[in-house]
Write a protein that binds this ligand. Structure first.
Ligand code: ADP
Ligand code: MG
Length: 245
């Protein structure tokens, strides 16, 4: 793997916490314009991999390239500026602000100014993004009034507000009904069709294989399999180790 193999490329990335190796010599590439599934059981190292890429902390070893440049260990705000956005597994919107204000806060670093009165362009852009994710009718609500799928939409809106080229989405389907999984999947597919590159993390394959273009399956921090949904389904190592035979 090298810098030109994809929009985001990891080569031999390892992350250790003391004696625990959470990510173990992991290499893969995210290709521009695809939805890549990043699948593995709980504790496999999925979120840690995200954290090493998005600047939460640097990898212990290995190299990360984003858009052809070595971004290993870059800080989170630098990666956001470059066009890499993420959602978090546990969303924490500001509950004393409206849905619209929560999105507006992600639009501008000038937080105090924004909150003293949402004006003109910021308000318009925040509203457009809310509409894009299906929250157009709920902009005045408090996040606490949203159902779980609505909170996920808000988290997606906050990520989209940074105008990303690549969006990493950590466990979006946890806690959603199968109907909600379908509507959120449809939204993610639309975003892909509009040119966004997406990585979707999940601990199981429920609903995911029909959404994604390719998948990486990891276990114990290492790559177990990689390929199209058909290849993943047919993969013996995946069937044995992951789907339970
Ligand atoms: P996943 O997202 O696939 O469920 P994680 O990346 O969260 O897995 O965790 C991988 C392993 O690393 C787990 O054993 C977890 O307990 C450990 N781990 C994650 N973050 C830390 C941390 N900050 N300090 C110590 N251990 C951690
Ligand atoms: Mg996780």
């Amino acid at each position: 793997y090298g810098p030109d193999d994809g929009l985001l490329v990891l080569r031999n990335v390892t992350k250790r916490f003391g004696g625990l190796t959470a990510v173990d010599d992991l290499s893969f590439a995210v290709r521009e314009g695809e939805i890549l599934g990043f699948i593995g059981p709980n504790g496999a190292g999925k979120s840690t991999t995200f954290n090493c890429v998005t600047g939460t902390y640097p990898p212990t070893e290995g190299t990360v390239w984003y858009d052809g440049e070595d971004t290993t260990g870059n800080a989170a705000h630098v990666m956001v500026k470059r066009g890499l956005a993420r959602t978090f597994q546990s969303f924490r919107p500001l509950s004393d602000r409206s849905v619209l204000e929560n999105v507006a806060l992600a639009l501008t670093p000038d937080k105090l100014l924004t909150l003293s009165g949402l004006r003109g362009k910021t308000r318009e852009r925040a509203r457009a993004i809310c509409e894009r994710v299906g929250l157009g009718e709920r902009v005045e609500l408090s996040p606490s009034e949203l159902p779980h799928a609505g909170l996920l939409r808000l988290e997606l809106a906050r990520a989209l507000a940074t105008d990303p080229d690549l969006l990493l989405i950590d466990e979006p389907f946890a806690g959603l009904s199968s109907g909600e999984v379908e509507t959120v999947s449809a939204l993610l597919a639309e975003l892909r069709d509009e040119g966004l590159t997406l990585v979707v993390v999940d601990h199981n394959m429920r609903g995911l294989l029909s959404l994604i273009d390719r998948a990486i399956v990891i276990r114990f921090g290492s790559k177990l399999a990689e390929g199209t949904p058909e290849e993943i389904r047919a993969n013996e190592a995946v069937q044995e180790a992951y789907l339970g035979g």
